[in-house]
Design a binder for this molecule. Structure first.
Ligand code: XMP
Length: 512
């Protein structure tokens, strides 16, 4: 693999994603890893990420000096560029010139392997205080900027390169090309990480892990559990049983998507548990958001455990399939798989004492890779391109107590909003668009000749990279108008549609 050493500031995962986009497998490793640990992974190259520290600061993370003697190609980015320059005998100084954001980077000479043939001036994303003022002995300077005399250097013979700017971010238009050149032309790696290779590799691993055992998988209706299940199904066939809990808090058409579309595409064995009444009873009269979440989580566990007991009566299910993704693995320290369920999981909060061995075929994948794998496995777009939807479902989108008629109202309004957004071709642009019913609020309206006293529906369209932060999406007025007209005409209880124009922070994406 290409190892991306994480010096903080969240760039490392993005670099790993970009390397994989160049069809080369890559993993994120902590900056505390020793040269020995890194070399044990037999890396084809190492990329040193950016980070918030100054290379001089006390306690600043460093790189094991042995690394540069190991013969492994190394690319340094930003902080990593400075670390690498210093490790090779270059000079890094606080120059007093700080560059932040879009910066003009000028090619020096031919621009070296990484920049040759690219525009002599390119815009690139910078974020630094210190700069490399003298390139290491034996290397050539390939780029510079106002704030960084050495914004790029290369030692092609020893296969080292550094760039002060961030090639991994979208604001550096030629960044992906620079990364690709490093991998191909300096490190000599041929691109082999394709969706087909991921599927083949995972199917092989799952078959090996499960042997002739049986596995169970909770489907949430979301992308991750569906793709995980489809992979496992391909590996072990009908020794996989999927369990889908209908808690009655789903949106229109979601149960059908799982029961019909998913099953048709995969031929998977599916058990649906209809627990709608049970959840409604448990939620009756509850208005507090945290309490709703707790109740939904608790009931979910009870239903799943019952389903598991019923299944166990038919045979021994030793394995549980989970749709854990790579970002979760990296964020929780990147450890290897453990025997029992850990705190993060995709299926509404299963307890620690469910004794299963975990099968996590998406542990190494990013979301976009998961989607491609899903398509490769023949899953329908309705499942693979699905926007995120919270486990507690519509239960946390009714502000006030949840009951059957309120759910029906919200479901109808939500279906209209989704239909119009899809028709306007906005699904890719929007991260998700919660539709929220203010069930305890009424306002006066007029419709036909009569006075109405109905509820508002809130549209909450957001754009985001990872749901940690978000901005409200500037939807075209015509689309908003169509959604508003249709909802107020077609959904009897609703006489007003309002738009949430709050970013996150300070708002969260969901209202509860
Ligand atoms: P917030 O509201 O915290 O949401 O800004 C961030 C993202 O997480 C989703 N979300 C959940 N997903 N179970 C889930 O599986 C939950 O309890 C839950 N709560 C929020 C939300 O839809 C958004 O994508």
């Amino acid at each position: 693999p290409v190892l991306v050493m994480d010096f903080g500031a969240q760039y490392a995962q993005l670099i790993a994603r970009r390397v994989r986009e160049a069809q080369v497998y890559s993993e994120v490793v902590p900056s505390s890893a020793t040269a020995q640990e890194l070399l044990a992974k037999n890396p084809s190259a190492i990329i040193l990420s950016g980070g918030p520290s100054s290379v001089y600061a006390e306690g600043a993370p460093g790189m094991d000096p042995e690394l540069v003697e190991a013969g492994v190609p190394i690319l340094g980015i930003c902080y990593g560029h400075q670390l690498l320059a210093r490790a090779l005998g270059g000079v890094v100084e606080p120059t007093g010139v700080r560059e932040f954001g879009r910066t003009d980077v000028r090619m020096v000479g031919e621009g070296g392997v990484l920049h040759t043939g690219l525009p002599a001036h390119q815009t690139a994303w910078m974020s630094h205080n210190d700069s490399v003022t003298k390139a290491p002995e034996g290397s050539v300077v390939t780029a510079s900027s106002d704030g960084a005399a050495v914004a790029g250097f290369e030692d092609v013979e020893r296969r080292f390169a550094g760039v002060q700017y961030h090639p991994e971010v979208a604001h550096s238009p030629h960044g992906q090309e620079v990364l690709r050149r490093f991998l191909r032309d300096i490190a000599g790696i041929s691109p082999q990480w394709t969706t087909t290779s991921i599927v083949d590799e995972q199917v092989r691993r799952i078959a090996e892990q499960v042997g002739d055992g049986r596995a169970i998988c909770g489907l949430s209706g979301g992308v991750d559990s569906a793709v995980a299940a489809a992979l496992v199904q391909r590996a072990i066939g009908d020794r996989l049983t999927c369990v889908f809990v209908d808690h009655g808090l789903l949106r229109a058409g979601e149960r059908t998507q799982v029961e019909r579309d998913f099953v048709n595409a995969t031929g998977v064995k599916l058990v649906t548990v209809d627990a709608r009444d049970r959840f409604l009873d448990a939620l009756a009269g509850v208005t507090d958001p945290e309490q709703k979440r707790k109740i939904i989580g608790r009931e979910f566990i009870r239903v799943f455990e019952q389903a598991e007991r019923d299944l166990k009566a038919q045979g021994d299910f030793k394995f549980l399939v989970q749709g854990t993704l790579y970002p979760d693995v990296v964020e929780s320290g990147g450890g290897e798989g453990t025997a029992n369920i850990k705190s993060h999981h995709n299926v509404g909060g299963l307890p620690d004492d469910l004794q299963f061995e975990l099968v996590e075929p998406l542990r190494l994948l990013f979301k976009d890779e998961v989607r491609r794998v899903g398509l490769e496995l023949g899953l329908p777009e309705t499942i693979v391109q699905r926007q995120p939807f919270p486990g507690p479902g519509l239960g946390i989108r009714i502000i006030g107590a949840v009951d059957a008629s309120r759910l029906e109202t919200l479901r109808a309004a939500d279906a209209i909003a989704r239909e119009e957004l899809t028709a306007a071709g906005l699904d890719q642009e929007i991260w998700q668009c919660p539709v929220v019913l203010l069930a305890d609020v009424r306002s006066v309206g007029v419709q036909g000749d009569g006075r109405t006293y109905g509820h508002p529906i809130v549209l909450r369209p957001v754009s985001s990279e990872d749901a940690m932060t978000a901005d409200w999406t500037r939807l075209p007025y015509e689309v908003l108008e169509r959604i508003s007209t249709r909802i107020t005409n077609e959904v009897a209880e609703v006489n007003r549609v309002v738009l949430d124009v709050t970013s996150k922070p300070p708002g969260t994406i969901e209202w509860e």
